[in-house]
Design a protein around this ligand. Sequence first.
Ligand code: ADP
Ligand code: MG
Length: 889
Amino acid sequence: MPLPGPASVPRPAWHTLPVDTIATALVTSAAAGLAPDEARTRLARDGPNSLPEGRRRPALRILLAQFTDVMVLVLAGAAVLAGLIGEPQDTIAIAAILVLNAVLGFAQEHRAERALEALRALAVAPVRVRRGGSTHIVPATDLVPGDLVLLEAGNLVPADLRLTEAVHLRIEEAALTGEATPVEKAVPALPDAAAPLGDRRNLAFRGTAVVHGRGAGLVVATGAGTELGRIAALLAQETGVRTPLQLRLTRLGQRLAAAALAICVLVLLLGLLRGEAPLPMLLTAVSLAVAAIPEALPAVVTVALALGARRMIRAHALVRHLPAVETLGSVTVICSDKTGTLTENRMEVERCWVDDAHSTGAPAVPGEGAWPALLEVLALCHDVHLAESGTMVGDPLEVALLELVRQAGGDPAAMARARPRLAELPFTSERARMTTLHESGTGLVACTKGSPERVLSGCTSRWRAGAAAPLEAGEVLQQAAAMAATGLRVIAVAMRRFAEPPAHVLLDRLETGQTFLGLVGLLDPPRAEAAAAVATCRTAGITVVMITGDHPVTARSIGARLGILEPGGEVCTGAELAALPPEELGRRVATVRVYARVEPEQKIAIVRALQARGECVAMTGDGINDAPALRRADIGVAMGRGGTDVAREAAHLVLLDDNFATIVGAVREGRRIYDNIRKFVRYAVTCNAAEVWTLLLAPLVGLPIPLLPIHLLWINLVTDGLPGLALAAEPAEPDIVRRPPRPPAESIFAHGLWQHVVWVGLLMAGVTVATQAWAWHHGAAHWQTMTFTVLALSQMGHVLAIRSERESLARLGLASNRPLLGAVLLTVTLQLATIYHPGAAAIFRTQPLDAGELVLCLLLSAVVCVAVEGEKWLVRRGRLYRGPPAPAT
Ligand code: ADP
Ligand code: MG
């Protein structure tokens, strides 16, 4: 009997073997699974159950990539040439700066890469396995051959399994075979060893989705050994996705680079015309190009997004696709589930309505009548796992119903043992009810619970005073609506007894001819933080829409309490929605804030209609059938605790705490990150422009080339370097949730950014050249040192001033971004060191400034900062750019 080998050898035809043979071959038990110790041993031996990663870039590769930039290579070449014919000292200094530059770039990218890896590690799904006879939850990566995995609807199959149990088990294998129709699975061995994957009905393959039923299976292959692992080589080649912003900034960078290059050529030509020595002039022009080309733009975006994603995890939002961080800032509509997201999902039975005698006061046990029957149905009709310790694991609604049984003196576990389950029609959101069939003395009993409308549609009578009586469906529905009006989730309960032999009881008869037993109203209070989060959305220009499968009256009550529904606002039901013609749908979605009794398929129609109106939609979902809507939404949001693997797989964002307020926090964070990227662009492009203008303007007004190549490289290093990076730590602007969402297609240069780049770039260059002119004409021997200092320190003043688009620096306070303050202080210190440290001064060819000159330089450097503060003052008064819009009051 061959054991599973490495991926290259043909694997055993597991599907042709009976379960016993496989259990023996894998040295495991098909009933109890592996012993926990044995699982640990095998994990150490066989390695984790993970697919080969999309090749990780080795650190060295990232480091080397920093040097492969064309302009850097040209500069290195020019520097070597200059060293050969001139002084080697310059070459060494330039080389040193290039190395520093590369190290800084490397540090950034490495940090981003590590943050992304941490995200991937968090995205590993938990799996239910049986080990040593009891159920454990383990990370999918810990599975080993021989493990017994439990599957239920909504799971993604975590490894290749030979099924040992299949109850209505249907698996969708499109990920592997491309076939979208789910395959009905079974346990018996199959004869054809060469059967195609899609026909191996007793196997479940990694990466496929359980859409129905439940089952169990022995792991026969993990990681790269799985069928998916075989094609994973193809998947792994998928390179990192680029976000729309990254693409836009890459294009922008290219255009800026072209412009910078053209100007550098101009500077070179002008210099040559004026009779400058060709080689130093070339070196100057190339250094200017290196300094002016904003090569860091796309990298900065990655760093900002990746670090933002890491910060979001701390706020319980797990980003599965990096571009989502960026899209979050543009969200205009959030469509949220009710149960569990807006409410606590901590169900508690509040009221029961059985027959006329017992309309309130649940736990009072009546004598003969519907009450014991109702308790029996609740004890039997559920999928809660009852542990020996008495704890119950499962749907909070079902747990609450079992709690009711216990309070009434029943023992659900004992009742379930006395009435073994024979068959079931599982709960789905579409069906809105659940039915189980049990042995009951000499006959059978079908137990049903679910939404009142659905359950009543299968009832023909009503239990009253110990006997079946005629059913007044209208009266019951009215009672249900009355209970729902107080925000209760209402469940109807019914049963049917069969006297005939089981073979005659067909599944499609279970939900017919039933007897209605009563209603149970459960309290599911809104989350404490949800109403505040809804209010935040309102000020932030984001519309909140609630979509629920629950009763319209319950939905109205909860919607009104959370402030989603205006008084008198309409609640649209799934049935109404289905009847609307498409044009009408577009109009309706514009005003409807609460949808009730909606089926998951209808969510996608709502998303589409909203998107057609130009909205950017975030949509939550937890079920299998929510996956298409999650994929279609601009931001698909799945639940980390409740909910299915399938929904999580389709989502862009996973809420680790299932909490609506977390989405709002993530939107806020998305806006902040976008703001900070904009700040970096504002800062870097303005400074680069200033450098270019300086070198162009000085010769035009008859001055010598103001700066040496080494000065340009230094300024580029210290400005684009630390202070630029520290902008990512900038806290959110005070108005961040008081302004409308950013249109996704809006240019990053909107709201006055390009005007800022032009005038501040010119101003900074003007101040620098004026400094040079003044010093040159007054015969100051230190003119170049002064010019160098003013340009470098002006940029520090600038970075402080642009921390906010509208608030004054005085109001922000220097300490509100300590990393930036530290970076600025460090840069100023280093700048002074290039002047006053004798060794550095020799390299930078600077001279120590006397006190008067230094004070003058500091004053001149403050001009830009003061001018930008003036710009912000005008913005605050609404005199400039008309945006970002003034906060709503
Ligand atoms: P929600 O949007 O509130 O999560 P669901 O789609 O989960 O709505 O549920 C829709 C309806 O189905 C509920 O109003 C309830 O009447 C019924 N229901 C919910 N859970 C169960 C269950 N476990 N068994 C039977 N019926 C259920
Ligand atoms: Mg639900």
